[in-house]
Design a protein around this ligand. Structure first.
Ligand SMILES: Nc1ncnc2c1ncn2[C@@H]1O[C@H](COP(=O)(O)OP(=O)(O)OP(=O)(O)O)[C@@H](O)[C@H]1O
Length: 483
């Protein structure tokens, strides 16, 4: 940096020299780039050649806006530009403070402020390889961690969709982060500050679905003692998130379609329509097209809800994020258990990558909660994973090249002499000492198990797999043989 009151040069901003705690995503026409912002200084943004962040889009003025950075604070100022500066959809006059996650529009150009996660500062070698620059989207009380390039692109798309009023359908497996994505759509839209109301359609009883969504009048049905507004009404001005929309009963689907088309709702038992101003974001883990084919989901509603759709990849397809999220969730869980943070061994991180995470991020979060509650040591190792996960780990990519933490444990003590059965007397044969076959088999079995345990660093499930023994039998025999 050249001086407190001097502008950063474009190159320095892009190179991230003395980069501070903030980064800026710049979506300028068809191009987008991530810019490390300095910790202190002034950054000029516009089409002018002297701009630090130079824009191409014609809707931006030559000298459009300035960012002021100082001691963890970021502010933006409009330089009397032609198309003005908007923050989260609101026009700003003069200098306006920014928070991570804020979307700044300069004409058609969109800027998103991110805080650079501190994990980048950690030595990657200390905890195995991983993405160097995860970013945190701080949306109110929600923090969304993004480290995978595909997810980063997805959140860029979400930010662009947020500026529109299109209904959005979020597709993805359970626990993949669909609600987080829906919340980001709300947060970055003009509706931020208004309610974000979520309903899991799978949890409402069929007869109550319509009343839940559209409300009811007094006496509309048995038990309707008082009039009650529905979810769509309570979200007035904001966003309704319909999770598992595929589970919505057909009658409620018809009514929802009408509400979306007319922006009016009819409470159950009422004849008076009420105007509503809401945006609907729906999500499902189902293949809705198939549901349409089988008649379980209305085709017209599918097209209406899916005007824009985003697909959230499952966690197993975001390998860069597993370690980052694991560390984050573990830190949170340790804090919740009032214990100091635990370290994750490279072998543990490697093992996390060999699991498919069918429950996605939620499962990872729960697993780290389990680890924080159960591990007595200071470093978390693969064997600390729940049995269920250990049993489902894929074999390591390169056998025989286990990381250091998987290195062979000290060889176990020799097996205790097996008690000889009275029914199996040894048959003396000159030149060779024979033991009963059952005993020889036991010895062989034990040797093989010891060997397998050594190769897999003590991971029983892998060891059992290696020698083709069912895990239960392996565990039982481990006890019998005192392994
Ligand atoms: N990128 C992320 N960063 C931090 N936390 C995350 C992230 N993705 C998901 N989570 C957390 O994982 C849990 C599950 O996420 P979420 O509820 O958004 O998933 P979902 O796909 O909506 O699940 P479901 O299909 O069961 O409704 C939540 O606690 C959420 O905060």
């Amino acid at each position: 940096m050249r001086g407190e009151d001097q502008t950063w040069s474009h190159d320095k901003v892009r190179m991230g020299e003395r980069a501070g705690q903030f980064r800026l995503l710049v979506v300028d026409g068809a191009t987008s780039s991530m810019v490390d912002l300095p910790s202190k200084g002034i950054v000029l943004i516009g089409r002018a050649a002297e701009a630090d962040i130079r824009l191409a889009d014609r809707s931006a003025s030559r000298r459009h806006a300035r960012l002021f950075l100082d001691e963890g604070l970021v502010r933006v100022a409009d330089l009397e530009s032609h198309n003005g500066v908007r923050v989260n959809g609101q026009a700003v006059a003069q200098v306006h403070p920014l928070q991570p996650g804020d979307v700044v529009s300069l004409g058609e150009v969109q800027l998103v402020l991110y805080s650079a996660a501190d994990s980048a500062a950690r030595s990657p070698s200390a905890e195995g390889p991983g993405p160097a620059q995860p970013i945190e989207l701080v949306l109110g009380e929600r923090v969304i961690v993004v480290a995978d390039p595909a997810l980063l692109r997805l959140y860029e798309l979400i930010r662009r969709l947020a500026a529109s009023e299109l209904p959005v359908l979020i597709l993805g497996e359970t626990g993949a982060g669909k609600e987080n994505a829906a919340f980001a759509l709300h947060h970055w839209s003009r509706r931020t500050g208004k309610p974000f109301v979520a309903l899991n359609c799978a949890t409402i009883a069929e007869p109550l679905a319509e009343s839940e969504l559209f409300g009811h009048e007094k006496g509309a049905f048995t038990g309707a003692a008082a009039p009650k507004p529905g979810l769509l009404e309570t979200a007035e001005g904001g966003t309704v998130f319909l999770d598992e929309v595929g589970e919505l009963p057909l009658a409620a689907q018809a009514k929802l379609l009408r509400a979306l088309e007319t922006q009016r709702i009819l409470r159950v038992g009422s004849t008076k329509e009420r105007e509503i101003d809401i945006r609907v974001v729906a999500a499902t883990h189902r293949n809705l097209e198939k549901e349409v084919e089988t008649g379980r989901f209305r085709k017209d509603l599918f097209f209406r809800l899916g005007a824009a759709s985003v697909v959230l990849p499952p966690l197993r397809d975001r390998p860069d994020e597993v370690g980052v999220l694991a560390r984050r969730f573990l830190t949170q869980a340790c804090a919740a258990h009032a214990r100091p943070p635990l370290a994750l061994s490279p072998a543990f991180l490697e093992a996390l990558g060999r699991y498919d995470w069918p429950g996605n991020v939620r499962e990872l979060k729960n697993t780290m909660g389990y680890v924080a509650a159960t591990v007595a040591e200071e470093t978390v190792e693969p064997q600390h994973l729940p049995e269920r996960i250990l049993a489902a780990l894929r074999p390591p990519a390169r056998s025989g090249s286990a990381p250091a933490a998987l290195a062979a444990p000290p060889p176990p003590a020799p097996p205790p002499p097996e008690p000889r059965s009275a029914e199996e007397p040894p048959t003396p044969v000159p030149g060779r000492r024979f033991a009963p076959l059952a005993e020889e088999l036991r010895t062989l079995e034990r040797e093989r198990m010891v060997e397998a345990l050594r190769v897999t660093g003590g991971v029983k499930v892998r060891a059992a797999e290696l020698i083709g023994m069912p895990l239960r039998t392996f565990t039982l025999k481990c006890k019998q043989y005192g392994l």
